[in-house]
Design a protein around this ligand. Sequence first.
Ligand SMILES: [Zn+2]
Length: 219
Amino acid sequence: MMKKEMLLRKSLFQSSLLLNRKGLNHGATGNLSCRNDNGFIITPSGVSLENLDSNSMVEIGFNGEIINSKSNYKPSSEWLFHRDIYAAKDDIHAIVHTHSVFSSTLSVIGESIPPFHYMIAVAGGDSIRCSDYALFGSQELSNNIIIAMEQRKACLISNHGMIAIGKDLNEAINIAIEVEHLAQVYVQAKMIGTPKLLNDNQMLEVIDKFKNYGEWSKD
Ligand SMILES: [Zn+2]
């Protein structure tokens, strides 16, 4: 069990570096977590990347109690929606939250991303919803996120950023990278014209094909 905890802490640290390299997070913004046996392990609150390591991650229980903090760091101030997503979705073991530029840009408009590109299905349906606004870290925001995440593996958060989730960190990160790419293309497309949307049948076909692959493919 200790070995599993150390491995999760290490992958959270490496994933934080990766998200920064990919330009999805800056400074101490955004947070990520992995489910563990008695709760989940999450990045700390307000710690910049230069000061981060595996021991900075904080393990919390499903009631929000700190189980294991190897440092004096507090858990991310946004831990509540992580807890609620794990409680709502048994098959989800990792959560990535970013304030990345293009997802945040669209979140300010407050609209869901429609099926303008077939890869929208990577989030599990024919749209990537935008949750209603509420104060960061609040129960109200967490409730809004759970609604936007129904049958989905990603959503935008109004006037804030985005969330991607997966069966492991690898999947959650791949979805986050794809959602940010889609957000960039959508913003750019809207600058030069009106994006042509795929219809219900076309999207059902894509969603079906993704299911048959078992994993989404970049083809
Ligand atoms: Zn945030």
